[in-house]
Design a binder for this molecule. Structure first.
Ligand code: ADP
Length: 343
């Protein structure tokens, strides 16, 4: 998946510096944090490794951050890799053989694991053992690797594409949702302190409201607006400074980026339900990026809607573009969205 504009890479050092290091510093995602805290305390009490954990949800919400926190809270080392890096069973064997008792293995983008690698993981997860075939034909032999008890923490933006047998091997499955404005404001307040910039509550809330529910966007906007505050406004972020900074970043009053607006515009121009392929070609963005990064927020805002025949602009979407909704579309939406609750 390509990184959308304004979305720093996960290994960006400036981004890493803002990562919470303990569960207590992790704002938002309360149910997930609560469940993980219980699991950690219980595992520590039993002096056992944590159960295998699957974290799912849109990018930028803190999945690798949580994996690091869990390793730290358990006092174990973390080994990190990602689905696309494990091409062959041998790659997996290499990573697994480096684990020590209790180690936490984090696999990001686990949905892109090849099926054959995924199947080797099954016995590693269940029996802490894998048997790998070496060579082919008459000279083939099998090598069994006994592994220390370890915890697999896997992250995915597309839980739906994991196979049922794989999913069922995770004792703990948690879904992260887009952050509320209040949670993002708390995240931003902590980040502003770490960055050494003064920020009013109104300034932080303005940034939070326009960060599409995503911690990584919020922190990135804050870093850019801090530059503006430092150069022009005495290192202080007020609401007016936040608004000026967001405008410079091309983020509109609803928090939409240029690409979000291109998606809305494309749906408007097509004037009918649009399939993912057509949308991808029209706006020049990968299908997975549209589905994983842009659509969840546009749907959550009620600007677009997914129907069996494709995406459509809602009446609110037409409003956002400042364009009149066709009579037929607003009638249809009226029927789809404004049905009495008891029907
Ligand atoms: P994902 O893989 O889900 O994209 P990351 O763990 O890479 O998420 O998080 C992205 C960035 O967002 C982190 O570097 C961190 O700065 C920030 N972040 C995520 N969640 C939180 C949180 N709850 N509190 C503070 N910062 C957070």
């Amino acid at each position: 998946m390509s990184q959308p504009p304004g979305f720093p890479a996960a290994d960006d050092p400036a981004d890493r510096a803002l990562r919470p290091r303990a569960l207590i510093e992790f704002n938002g995602q309360e149910p997930v944090v609560r469940n993980l805290a219980v699991a950690i305390e219980a595992a520590k009490g039993r002096k056992e490794q944590l159960d295998h954990i699957l974290l799912s949800g849109p990018p930028g919400l803190g999945k690798p951050t949580l994996a690091h926190i869990m390793a730290k809270e358990m006092g174990v080392e973390i080994h990190e890799t990602a689905g696309p890096m494990l091409e062959r069973p041998g790659d997996l064997a290499g990573i697994l053989s480096a684990l020590r008792p209790g180690s936490l293995l984090f696999i990001d983008e686990v949905h892109s694991l090849k099926r054959v690698v995924e199947e080797y993981l099954y016995s590693a997860m269940e029996d802490f053992r894998i048997t790998i075939q070496i060579g082919e034909g008459a000279t083939a032999s099998a090598l069994t690797l006994n592994l220390p008890p370890f915890t697999l923490v896997a992250a995915t933006t597309r839980e739906g594409s994991l196979s049922a047998p794989f999913r069922s091997r995770f004792g703990i499955r948690e879904r992260l949702d887009l952050y509320s404005v209040a949670d993002l404001s708390r995240i931003l307040s902590r980040s502003a302190t770490l960055l050494g910039v003064e920020a009013d509550i109104d300034g932080l809330e303005t940034i939070a409201k326009r960060s599409r529910g995503t911690a990584r966007y919020a922190n990135n906007h804050l870093r850019r607006i801090r530059d503006l505050a430092q150069v022009r406004y005495d290192n202080r972020i007020s609401q007016a400074v936040a608004e000026e900074g967001l405008q410079m970043l091309g983020i509109d009053a609803a928090g939409l980026t240029e690409l979000d607006r291109r998606i809305l515009r494309c749906l408007y121009d097509q004037g009918r339900a649009v399939g993912l392929k057509t949308l991808s070609v029209s706006i020049g963005e990968e299908e997975t990026t549209i589905e994983d990064v842009y659509e969840p927020f546009l749907i959550q805002c009620g600007l677009i809607s997914k129907t069996p025949s494709g995406r459509i602009l809602t009446a609110k979407g037409y409003d956002h573009l400042g364009l009149p909704a066709p009579r037929l579309a607003s009638d249809l939406q009226q029927r789809l969205f404004d049905l009495p609750k008891d029907r």
